[in-house]
Write a protein that binds this ligand. Structure first.
Ligand code: MIG
Length: 705
């Protein structure tokens, strides 16, 4: 549908019955839908029966699932949406303040924030201009697709309005819901979903900026095995490079990268390497020279190579908006892949620059784009996403039989399909442990279901109690990695001695036991966009108490976790929504909705399981290479029937899988037919407090003890 409002051209398109696109183009501006965020590639449905148009001035609204939403309250040429009565806003990507965004102003512009960012900060490393709204428990969503700077005013300046500024022509998408799950499915149908990571990426991971050389990393790996502390991955930060030249190894510190990786591999560890976008200007460095010869770097306005200083000294910066530059960059990863490196960590990709300190590229730097030049200010937020895309697609080409593993710090809407997001440089503060909860829930509500913060905190010295409590939380992050800054005290799980070491071990053992459950949630996220670590409101949108419950969260549909985030205390308030909940450690049943005072001494965090949800567990493993062939389904019996899905495969590659449904009502447990050709594990069922039964081969229904 094409409308005109004065000299402004307005186009409304129904992509599906529940996803709408609106393009607003003032006179003289091109009609342009090109987007690096959007992957929707089906034929648009074209059904405009849910679109409502008023004329003079033109105003657009949508009507579906029994209500009107995303209604313009001014002429269409400005972005201004009426706030429906009782409408509450959520989402907005990586945000450190609480869950609810009603009454806030949101800036979308990627930065490497100053050390010690707090909940009062607004924009950080990634930008996702996406809002999920709830009105009387029903959800809709809105995504404004512009990767330059944009700002949302969510009923702050005017309590009855949602306005956006930053761009004259604009394209936005509306998602009809009506549940939060539907909105996430619709938003991620448009912008893409995570791909299923290799199983080892769900294991525990250990990192530190400051591990000096191969021997130190070996000792860290061995330290885990000697102490029986599960770990799957160790990291090489920038000190592994030769003079910070990306894709190289320092010949003294890492004389035999392939031998080093193979040795760790034999002990069940993967190695992941950092990469930075700044390429050292050095005529003897092949990466730099080949990028220059192929003309793949960003330019100044005058057409010369744009340079700035980062770790290696003076650097040039790949123009990742150019598909040829992405392909070239992906290929440069070959030396890492040949050494056996299993994944790539993209850092500093806001991009973060040193001159001036903690700055980014000036807005008038040119991204030549392989013939479609754009100014940096119009693509800034994309830089990290496109670097991650170059890394991901490169790994897929270099190692087609393995699943890619890419981490990014910066990015834009849709980054979830190229990388997981880790949230950069937090601090070893109790406040930052607290902050991690809304931060990861906000990301999960914005399509980034694979995410995590540095466990133990990055800047500053951690301590035993903080690390132990942080690990109690960290094992529930989709991405579970302990990482810290150069010059801080060691914070490996054993670094502070007992009793903290034992707590970290028990928690990481629990992580390993829960891996089959988490893997099923990753499968769900890859298929539907549902967050893994999710706010209560995702499952209970009709319960307004959940809207502010941001210091607790759900892991999938079946576990509720309420971490302790202050020193010296063992009790805290927990809200349990409707249904029966089983206390993980004691088996006690609690009927929700209820506010309870949880007792959570060290090593016994407040975890509640949803009654009758069958939670698949492994025995304790030291790493995922020890894949067992038996699963235990743990059930806390109660009222009501719950159906969950159980996912298994070989853990990497693209071979067969097995997906089954498990339905339990507390008295019987039923298995649905198995989808896929992978040979599924044998099952036993542990009914908490009542005993264990083996499930005979071929059985599809058993009576529980
Ligand atoms: O200027 O590579 O957020 O995780 O250890 C600092 C060194 C660069 C910032 C990352 C951090 C990493 C560090 N990097």
């Amino acid at each position: 549908m094409i409308l005109r409002d004065g000299t402004t051209r307005v186009e409304v398109t129904a992509l599906t019955d529940d996803i709408f696109r609106v393009g607003v183009f003032p006179e003289g501006m091109p009609v342009e839908y090109r987007s690096e965020a959007v992957v929707f590639d089906r034929q648009p449905s074209g059904d405009l029966s849910r679109v409502r148009v008023q004329h003079d001035p033109v105003r657009i609204a949508f009507e579906a699932h029994g209500r009107v939403f995303a209604a313009d309250d001014a002429g269409v040429e400005r972005f201004s949406k009426a706030r429906a009565e009782g409408e509450r806003y959520f989402g907005c990507g990586e945000r450190t303040a609480g869950l609810e965004k009603t009454g806030s102003h949101q800036v979308f512009w990627n930065v490497d924030p100053p050390e010690g960012h707090t909940a009062s900060f607004n924009n950080l490393y990634t930008s996702i201009p996406f809002v999920l709204s709830l009105v009387d428990g029903r959800a809709h969503g809105l995504f404004l697709d512009y990767p330059g700077r944009v700002e949302f005013d969510l009923a702050k300046a005017d309590p009855d309005r949602f306005t956006a500024v930053g761009t004259d022509a604009f394209v936005y998408y509306v998602f009809a819901g009506p549940t939060p799950r539907d909105v996430l499915a619709q938003y991620t149908e448009l912008t893409g979903r995570i791909s299923l990571p290799p199983l080892w990426a769900l294991g525990n991971q250990q990192s530190k900026w400051g591990y000096e050389d191969a021997d130190e990393v070996r000792a860290i790996a061995r330290g885990h095995r000697e102490r029986g502390i599960p770990c799957d991955v160790v990291y090489l930060d920038i000190d592994h490079m030769d003079g910070y030249r990306v894709f190289t190894f320092d010949p003294q510190r890492f004389p035999d990268p392939a031998g080093f990786v193979a040795e760790l591999e034999a002990d069940g560890f993967k190695v992941v390497c950092i990469t930075d976008p700044g390429v050292k200007v050095d005529e003897d460095y092949g990466v730099y020279v080949s990028g220059r010869e192929r003309d793949l770097y960003c330019k100044t306005k005058r057409g010369t190579e744009y340079r700035n200083v980062v770790w290696p000294g003076l650097c040039a910066f790949p123009d990742f908006t150019n598909p040829e530059a992405r392909e070239w960059w992906g290929d440069q990863q070959a030396p890492l892949v040949e050494a056996g490196v299993a994944g790539v960590w993209c850092d500093m990709d806001e991009p973060a620059l040193f001159v001036p300190d903690q700055s980014t590229m000036p807005g008038d730097v040119v991204h030549p784009g392989g013939g479609e030049p754009r100014y940096h200010q119009d693509v800034h937020n994309l830089y990290g996403s496109l670097m991650a895309r170059a890394a991901r697609t490169g790994l897929e080409r270099l190692r087609p039989d393995k699943r890619p593993f890419v981490i990014t710090r910066a990015g834009y809407a849709g980054l979830q399909r190229d990388a997981l997001q880790w949230t950069g440089d937090n601090s070893s503060w109790w406040e930052h442990l607290w902050m991690s909860m809304p931060q990861l829930q906000n990301l999960g509500l914005s399509g980034v279901s694979f995410c995590g913060v540095d466990v133990g905190g990055f800047f500053g010295d951690s301590n035993g109690e903080l690390l132990a409590r942080w690990t109690e939380f960290g094992i529930f992050q989709p991405f579970c990695r302990n990482h810290s800054c150069k010059g801080t005290v060691p914070q490996e799980p054993w670094a502070f001695g007992e009793p903290w070491e034992a707590v970290c071990r028990e928690m990481l053992e629990l992580r390993m036991r829960l891996l089959p459950y988490l893997y099923g949630l990753f499968d769900e996220a890859a298929r539907t966009g549902a967050p893994i670590l999710r706010p209560l409101l995702f499952e209970y949108p009709d319960d307004p108490v959940t809207y502010s419950a941001d210091d607790e969260f759900l892991v999938g549909d079946a576990l509720l976790v309420a971490p302790i985030t202050r020193p010296g205390i063992e009790h805290r308030h927990v809200y349990l929504p409707a249904g029966t909940w089983g206390q993980w450690w004691t088996g006690e049943r609690i009927q929700g909705p209820a506010h309870v005072l949880a007792h959570a001494p060290l090593g016994k965090p407040a975890i509640y399981a949803r009654a009758n949800a069958a939670i698949p567990l492994w025995p304790v493993l030291q790493h995922t290479g020890e894949l067992p062939d038996e699963l235990t389904l743990r059930v806390f019996g109660g009222e009501g029937s719950v159906t969950r899905s159980l996912y298994e495969d070989a853990g990497d590659g693209y071979g067969p899988y097995a997906r089954r449904t498990v339905t339990c009502d507390g008295r019987t447990l039923k298995l649905g037919p198995c989808e896929g050709d992978y040979v599924p594990s044998r099952l036993r069922v542990e009914v908490v407090g009542r005993g264990v039964v083996e499930v005979p081969d071929g059985a599809f229904e058993i009576t529980l003890p």
